[in-house]
Design a protein around this ligand. Structure first.
Ligand code: PEP
Length: 247
């Protein structure tokens, strides 16, 4: 009942010209899995990407959005501008934002609410650090992150996507086992159910963390895993194609 999603987080890679070239390559790929494919280029590449994606079935996402409508926030980008450019999804609370840009559960919630208000669909990232995993508190950490991120979301819960991304697995080549990822995502769904009831069964929860064309099949075979948020393996069309066609 949940349409799988494969989303590429291109982080601070690809110039506008490279963005256009990669999108042209992606448009040639046959999508045999039926997954909803999303690409999230740098903010400065979004208008090039929107133009290149015209007429294609690939969706456009941003990597961040500010929680104010407008104002003195040098370097930030507001939801109205993303909307105007044709952006549909926005990644919020990626661990790199939390680590390098002082993002907290509270600002993740503020950004999520602003995105939803503007008609954007947030892809909210949660995940435990290596230390938290070793202490055996993964479920507590990710469930709390999820509940705080979704405070006051109300009926807009149906527009939210969650990405479970263990911090120790991002860009490291280490991946959670399919079984572990499935269990943690099941716990996240349980936390959503506590607040939003049966809507939890409609919320897509992705796995992210060194997911690639080799391991996507086994991860996607798990019942709780509804897709992937892909960093490194989304930067070249051939590899990303292997993830999109995970079946
Ligand atoms: C990410 O940045 O969201 C991510 C999962 O990166 P990678 O696939 O490179 O680990």
């Amino acid at each position: 009942m949940r349409t799988p999603m494969i989303a590429g987080n291109w982080k601070m890679n690809k110039t506008p010209a490279e963005t256009k070239a990669l999108i042209e390559d992606l448009k040639k790929i046959e999508n045999r899995s039926g997954a909803e494919v999303v690409v999230c280029p740098m903010t400065v590449c979004l208008s090039t990407a929107a133009e290149a994606l015209k007429g294609s079935e690939i969706h456009l996402g941003a990597q961040n959005v500010h929680f104010a409508d407008k104002g003195a926030y040098t370097g930030e980008c507001n939801a109205a501008s993303l909307k105007e450019l044709g952006v549909e999804y926005v990644i919020i609370g990626h661990s790199e934002r939390r680590q390098y840009f002082a993002e907290t559960d509270v600002t993740v919630n503020q950004r999520t609410l602003k995105a939803l208000e503007a008609g954007l669909k947030p892809i909210v990232c949660v995940g435990e650090s290596l230390e938290q995993k070793q202490q055996g508190i993964t479920n507590e950490v990710v469930c709390l992150q999820t509940k705080v991120a979704l405070l006051n979301v109300g009926e807009k819960i149906d527009d939210v996507v969650i990405a479970y991304e263990p911090v120790w697995a991002i860009g490291t080549g280490l991946t959670a086992t399919p079984e572990d990822a499935n269990a943690t995502i099941g716990a996240i769904r349980g936390a959503i159910r506590e607040v939003f009831g049966e809507a939890a069964d409609r919320v897509r929860i992705l796995y992210g963390g060194s997911m690639n064309d080799k391991n996507a099949h086994d991860l996607m075979a798990q019942p709780e895993i509804d897709g992937g948020l892909i960093g490194g393996a989304s930067l070249a069309a051939e590899k990303f194609s292997g993830v999109i066609n995970f079946n």
